[in-house]
Write a protein that binds this ligand. Structure first.
Ligand SMILES: [Zn+2]
Length: 394
């Protein structure tokens, strides 16, 4: 049983995804067509199943909603379970100026019209947690939401990016806040950076056990590798160990996709980012998996670098996430390099370089990488990316 089923029409998909993302981020589980239904599966059957297998249906209401035959079927089914609205089986979130009619006329809705991001989030969560939501100020007179009018179109063909917190005891609240902020200032990534619901996956204990035992085995292997005298051979063996470690994470993250949904999620074809406190081999703090489709970030090594400055650790993790997001845009000539201090693509183990990139550097992408991005995409694209990175800690 999921907490919420989000019912919406195509016209309000960006709102529906925003609501679902925020709810999941606040610890609830959701079902939403955009993320949970296979293309080609029976749409109406999925909808009905979703409505009955959720504690509560949230309808995203707008003029388009009331003119769709599919959504009418969904809300009628959800509403009939709780016609008085007392069990909160059915809620409405209003995103455009519309007056509910018929059966829904007398029901109170969560009004998101005319609100800024943070105000809308605040109201949504307050209503969901059943707190009294009397606004501090008189609500804004309903007008069409500005964001729908002014947001530039998304760049097509980009991959989704998802963050897993695996074997983490480190407080990840701050990283999560930064991720939310990162999503609010972007329109490059289709559904934004999502946080995977790793904790509620039944396969998790087994996956974590495997990761721990591989880590132990690699620790022993690492000791042998470091004894190798030939430098080239040693470095190549180091890379092999790092890759084994990271690919184990990737395989569990892929398994999570296949198994962790009653509805079978769409095959995830994006970038998986694992943030972990499991000891990274050779004290590295990050390494990519095969084909750059995933990355593992080691909090422990970062903590050692930053000596208990959790803010810097969080910022550093955001930088790695940003780098992976940019890789996911498919800019093929963009490569890791070692020579330009502070560039997003030049993260070595040098403490000073890393510190520079999160603290002082006014331009976190070097000239050469900027040229590459501009050449493969265009200058507007480069500007959007640059702003997205620069504004992340402001
Ligand atoms: Zn660079």
């Amino acid at each position: 049983m999921k907490d919420f089923f989000i019912s919406y029409t195509k016209a309000d998909q960006s709102w529906a995804e925003w609501i679902a993302w925020q709810l999941e981020n606040a610890g609830y589980t959701t079902i939403i067509q955009a993320w949970d239904f296979h293309a080609g599966s029976n749409f109406v059957a999925n909808m009905q199943r979703a409505a009955t297998e959720s504690e509560c249906t949230i309808a995203v209401i707008s003029p388009a909603f009331f003119s769709s035959p599919y959504t009418e079927a969904e809300w009628t089914s959800a509403f009939s379970k709780d016609p008085m609205g007392t069990k909160r089986k059915f809620l409405m979130a209003r995103v455009e100026d519309v007056k509910p009619t018929g059966l829904l006329k007398s029901m109170v809705y969560i009004d998101l019209v005319g609100l800024k991001d943070d105000e809308a989030l605040d109201r949504l969560l307050k209503e969901i947690t059943r707190e009294r939501a009397k606004p501090e100020k008189c609500p804004v007179f309903p007008t069409k939401h500005e964001r729908l009018e002014t947001q530039p179109p998304r760049f097509p063909g980009v991959l989704p990016v998802r963050v897993f917190f695996i074997l983490c005891t480190f407080s990840t609240d701050e990283i999560k806040k930064l991720i939310i902020k990162q999503n609010q200032i972007q329109n490059l990534f289709d559904i934004g950076i999502r946080i995977a619901d790793w904790k509620s996956w039944a396969g998790r204990p087994n996956a974590e056990m495997n990761l721990k035992s591989l880590q132990k085995a690699l620790e022993l292997e690492s000791k042998q590798v470091l004894k190798l005298e030939d430098k080239e051979q040693r470095e190549s063996e180091i890379r092999k160990v790092l890759l084994k470690f990271c690919d184990e994470f990737q395989s569990h993250m892929s398994k999570f996709d296949k198994e962790h949904s009653d509805f079978g999620r769409l095959p995830f074809n994006g970038v998986n980012i694992a943030v972990t406190e499991l000891q990274f081999p050779f004290n590295y703090y990050t390494w990519n998996t095969k084909d750059r489709n995933g990355v593992v970030v080691g909090i422990r090594s970062l903590k050692r670098l930053f000596q208990d400055e959790p803010q810097k650790v969080s910022k550093m993790i955001i930088r790695v996430i940003q780098r992976m997001c940019i890789y996911s845009l498919g800019i093929k000539d963009l490569k890791v390099h070692k020579d330009t201090k502070g560039c997003l693509f030049d993260f070595t183990q040098e403490l000073k370089d890393i510190e520079f990139s999160v603290n002082e550097n006014p331009m976190p992408i070097c000239g050469q990488c900027r040229n590459t991005i501009e050449k493969e995409k265009n200058s507007q694209f480069l500007n959007t990316i640059t702003e997205w990175i620069i504004n992340s800690f402001k």
